[in-house]
Design a protein around this ligand. Structure first.
Ligand SMILES: [Zn+2]
Length: 288
């Protein structure tokens, strides 16, 4: 397991911490969406909710994924063990398989009520910024060990492939959750390949049809491929959060940690919903 220390602890984690700080500063200066809650309050709540999930990520998730990848070296069951190609091609194949199956995993988190119990903690955030990227319930992480482990194995990813993908995955998650206003034309071009803040902002809308879109994590083309992409919603009309969990005073650290074990409320229809946004239908270009 030295590979986790070498790659994740000594390189990945400091790099991710630096990306987090850079995005935190950048979104403070160039803000994309209006905030509802003070930043200091958000960072406290989201960081504390993140502690159990990140402990499990480091001491359960990563060791299991790396063990599977090491075991596969002997068993040679994964796809990448069954053809000859340059290591670069094999790395790209492993990344694409892991990223595509994470897109599907994200959809399952929205569609299967048991998984939604945990994912709702992330979506209930009344604002969306880089701190939302760490606001995940530890239960969601436990579920992902089983699901994602299957695809680390089936792809034939090496331990190094898996760890580098994980670092990219976390970095991309921080980036697309951030409230950083990129120059519009630049973001529009970037969005052709990867998920950007405006695109993911729509996924955190209180309007159901918008939440039910833009599930991709790193590469944005999975949503285009499956027609789950929705780009024509301007950021200033988006209300972030989940309608039935929209009272910020209720969403305390203790409540968020126990939320998956309570009776989950139905998604309420937001009054302005479909008809207003229906006028936006038509061309699905990235809105400002
Ligand atoms: Zn989601």
């Amino acid at each position: 397991m030295n590979v986790i220390k070498r790659v994740f602890d000594f390189k990945g984690a400091p790099l991710l911490a630096a990306v987090f700080v850079a995005l935190f500063i950048a979104e403070g200066r160039l803000q994309l969406r209006k905030r509802k809650e003070p930043r200091w309050k958000r960072i406290v709540i989201n960081s504390i909710v993140a502690i159990p999930a990140f402990t499990l990520l480091r001491f359960l998730f990563l060791p299991v994924m790396v063990k599977l990848a090491i075991g596969n070296r002997h068993l040679k069951w994964g796809l990448n063990y069954h053809y000859q190609a340059h290591p670069f091609i094999k790395t790209a194949v492993a990344f694409l398989i892991m990223d595509y199956t994470n897109y599907l995993w994200h959809i399952l988190n929205h569609k299967i009520p048991f998984l939604w119990r945990f994912h709702v903690v992330h979506h209930s955030d009344p604002d969306l910024d880089v701190t939302t990227a760490i606001r995940f319930h530890f239960g969601e992480l436990i579920g992902s060990v089983f699901y994602r482990g299957v695809f680390v194995f089936l792809s034939g990813a090496t331990p190094l492939n898996e760890l580098i993908y994980e670092i990219l995955f976390e970095g991309a998650t921080q980036f697309h959750h951030s409230n950083f206003k990129l120059p519009y034309q630049f973001e529009k071009a970037l969005n052709k390949i990867i998920v950007t803040p405006r695109m993911h902002g729509i996924h955190h809308s209180m309007i159901r049809q918008e939440t039910d879109s833009n599930y991709s994590v790193i590469f944005s083309f999975w949503d285009r491929l499956h027609r789950t992409v929705r780009l024509n919603v301007a950021q200033d009309v988006i209300v972030t959060g989940v309608p039935s969990y929209s009272d910020p005073d209720e969403l305390t650290i203790g409540y968020l940690l126990k939320l998956p074990f309570t009776k989950i409320r139905r998604w309420e229809q937001v009054s302005e919903a479909e008809d207003v946004r229906a006028t936006l239908a038509g061309k699905n270009n990235l809105a400002k």
